[in-house]
Every structure is written in C-alpha cells, then in structure tokens.
Ligand binder design. Structure first.
Ligand code: 9D3
Length: 250
C-alpha cells in the first residue's frame, strides 16, 4: 500500500515509520509512506498557506489552492482513483472496521488539517471521506494520520506476524482482550491464575474467552450490545457474572 500524506509537518508524520510495525511494513515493502507539503505549492514569497476566516472569528483557515495542488500531485503518482481521506474532528469515528477496509486499498491520500480548519470548498471538491479519532481536541491531523498508518501497517499481508495479529485481535471478535501473564510465577506476592499453568489448552481457551467476555461486560457494555453471543459465550459470561457477585473479583 502506498500512502501519501499531505501535511505541513512531514518530519513528524515520517517519524512513525522509524519504529515498530510501520517500520517493519516499510522494510518489507508492504507499505510506502511519502509526505507532500502544501507549502511547496504556495505561490507567494512567504510560502503562506493560511488566511483569515470570512465571517470573522479566531485563528486562521488553511487555503484551498495549495492543498488542491498537493492532492493533484499525489494523484498523479498514485492514480486518479486513489481515495482522498481527511483527518478531521468532523469525520466519522475511526474503528477497527475502518482499518480493515482501508488496508485493502492499493493507495491512500491523507490530508492533515492545521489551524482552525480547512476551507470547506477544498473538502467538497477533493475529499472523499473524513475520519476522526474521537471527541477530543488535537492541534492538527498529523497524529491522527500516524494512528491510521500504524493501524493499517499491522494488517498488511506480508508484514511479519500479520496472520496472528489480524485474526486474533480481540477487536476483530468485538471483545476486549483477556489478561496476560508471564514469568515469574509469583511476582511480589501475586500468583499467575492456576488454569494457565495446568497445560489443559481447551480449559485455558475457555478461561481466556470468559475473561474477555467478562471484562467487556464490566468495562465496555456498549460493545456487547452489538454482538450475538453463541451458547458457549452466554454460558461463560453468566459464569463470570455469577462469580463476580460471589465477590470473587478477578
Ligand atoms: C479549538 C478549535 N476547535 C474549535 C472548537 C476546532 C478544531 C479545529 C482543528 C478542533 C481540532 C482541530 C484539529 N484537529 C484535527 O485536525 C483532528 C482531530 C481532533 O482534533 N480530534 C480527533 N480526531 C481528529 S482527526 C484530526
């Protein structure tokens, strides 16, 4: 997948490919990330790409033309059908389903806004989809674009560990993850749950599923409402709830 980021902070966005999964994806040639700076398309001596908002108000607005030229240059490289996304607080909420859908694209163009916002005529003319991280205020779209790159990188075929991570994601089952334990067996007086030490893999799988269901029920009941639990899952969740009420805790 080829990802072209339109940003006033190319060094910031490129830094996401210097570690972790995005780096692995780039090294294995599963992903390429390139940045285009709209400032390079400003046609004034000061390379200015913002101006005051019509109607007044605080802050500045990113002008349409430098962004349009940057997007058109990116499209010339990636193909005219390449989807143009904009990271924006007005966008649809990004979730694992979006990552899965976007990971199937051959290329993406991602516009990062700065200042108070982007001239709406550019959005209307050139942006196919707006995506948000959630209901909080960032100072620009760059960190959101880096989140997008990270979430997509680990789903790309050919990226080491892709098969496990893509399929085993608790979010691909719609549940939170179960708890994890490693050595030592006793850490500062806390033991590892006995079931994980017994070697009965079927029992361990049931325990993990039960913990995942229980934690989702406790912490994110909204996620359970969108799921149809099968008979085994319903039994495990009922057991978890019963144990919870006995005061068993974790
Ligand atoms: C104080 C400015 N806000 C007025 C209430 C409007 C505003 C403008 C620009 C808020 C945020 C931004 C910059 N944010 C993004 O570009 C952004 C973002 C975010 O702020 N939150 C969650 N997801 C995203 S994706 C892009």
């Amino acid at each position: 997948m080829r990802i072209e980021i339109i940003t006033l902070f190319p060094e910031l966005v490129e830094s996401v490919t210097r570690s972790g999964m995005p780096r692995v994806a780039v090294e294995q040639d599963a992903m390429a990330v390139h940045c285009t700076n709209p400032r390079d398309f400003a046609r004034n001596r000061w390379r200015k790409v913002d101006d005051r908002p019509f109607g007044g108000g605080p802050g500045m607005v990113m002008q349409a033309e430098p962004l349009a030229l940057a997007i058109e240059t990116a499209k010339a490289g990636l193909g005219p059908a390449t989807k143009v996304l904009m990271m924006s607080p007005q966008g649809e909420r990004l979730d694992q389903q979006w990552f899965q859908r976007l990971s199937l694209e051959a290329g993406l163009i991602v516009v990062c806004g700065r200042y108070e916002g982007v001239d709406e005529r550019l959005v209307k003319a050139a942006v196919d989809l707006e995506l948000s991280l959630g209901d909080f205020v960032l100072s620009g779209g760059e960190l959101a674009a880096m989140v997008l790159i990270d979430g997509i990188a680990r789903l790309l075929p050919g990226v080491l560990g892709h098969a496990e991570s893509a399929g085993q994601d608790s979010f691909s089952k719609g549940l939170l993850d179960h708890p994890h334990y490693s050595r030592p067996v006793d850490w500062r007086g806390q033991a590892v749950p006995e079931v994980l030490m017994c070697g009965d893999h079927a029992r361990q799988a049931r325990w993990r599923l039960k913990q995942a269901l229980g934690r989702t029920w406790l912490r994110r009941p909204d996620l359970l409402e969108n799921l149809e639990l099968d008979a085994e899952q319903q039994t495990l969740l009922r057991e978890f709830v019963a144990e919870q009420k006995e005061g068993g805790g974790s």
